[in-house]
Design a binder for this molecule. Sequence first.
Ligand SMILES: NC(=O)c1ccc[n+]([C@@H]2O[C@H](COP(=O)([O-])OP(=O)(O)OC[C@H]3O[C@@H](n4cnc5c(N)ncnc54)[C@H](O)[C@@H]3O)[C@@H](O)[C@H]2O)c1
Length: 275
Amino acid sequence: MTTECEKFFSLKNKVIIVTGGGGFLGLGYARALAEAGASAVIWDTKNSAELEKLIAPLVKQGLAISADSIDITDETAVRSAVERVVEKFGHIDGLVNNAAAVAPLGGKEITDQFPPYEEYPLDLWERELKVNLTGTMIVTKAVAPIMMKQKSGSITNIASEVSVIAHDHRVYNDPADRRFKSIAYTTTKAAILGFTRQWAARLGSYNVRVNAFSPSGVETQAMPRDFVKRYGDLTMLGRMAWPGEYEGVVIFLCSDASSFITGHNLVADGGKSAW
Ligand SMILES: NC(=O)c1ccc[n+]([C@@H]2O[C@H](COP(=O)([O-])OP(=O)(O)OC[C@H]3O[C@@H](n4cnc5c(N)ncnc54)[C@H](O)[C@@H]3O)[C@@H](O)[C@H]2O)c1
């Protein structure tokens, strides 16, 4: 017997695209959506072999997950990918716009992507805007007509806590090492909120919902322990988020449990912005 609760959260027979689904959080979202009954379709710039390797254990478990090597900034490639999904499944019920140019803490890109703003290289600024905003626009623009025709769908734009607050640079090891959270990244994440509201206003009469999700930082093993402590101390819960902790939020926004929520920004930051 299916309970009312299961009906709200079930994603059975839904087809949901997750951009950046080959990444740290996106793969977890795709897995969780598939566990809730969806066919999850990953689009990521990682090559096909890498993507196949990532999803193989999940497919082996019986989860309906597929992956395609797609650059979301390539409008022609995105349009063909949408056509392929529609040909295969006949419908697209969810889109999680999760891909972004992210420099993981502990990684080597961090020094390039974290300079002081007055020295920020414009080519980097443009590259981040291109993926985080233009790419998100290209995918949304390609998927929206399918959802409008269906008169149903849910789009979730992954923003960040920096969509509503400034990043506190005191979490980094030493202010003297001049490390600042990318001005391009933070700017694009705030812009995603306006993007979300406008698309929600455009698609509401087609029964298509559009929401933003603003998560706080997730702890990884690569992060220096003192950084994790300082970052965690900024939240009311006294810690960073754990990997996997946002998957329920994404299921909620993609499912009928959130059927009257649109144009919203759901913030999951352990209370940081509510102090
Ligand atoms: N990790 C965090 O703590 C955190 C916190 C707040 C918000 N976020 C947001 O969550 C999302 C996922 O972050 P993550 O930590 O998993 O990052 P990640 O770098 O592990 O994943 C991002 C994925 O996007 C892919 N990608 C990049 N450019 C692309 C393009 N042009 N086309 C298609 N795919 C592309 C990458 O290959 C990568 O697999 C991002 O939007 C990020 O801003 C993350």
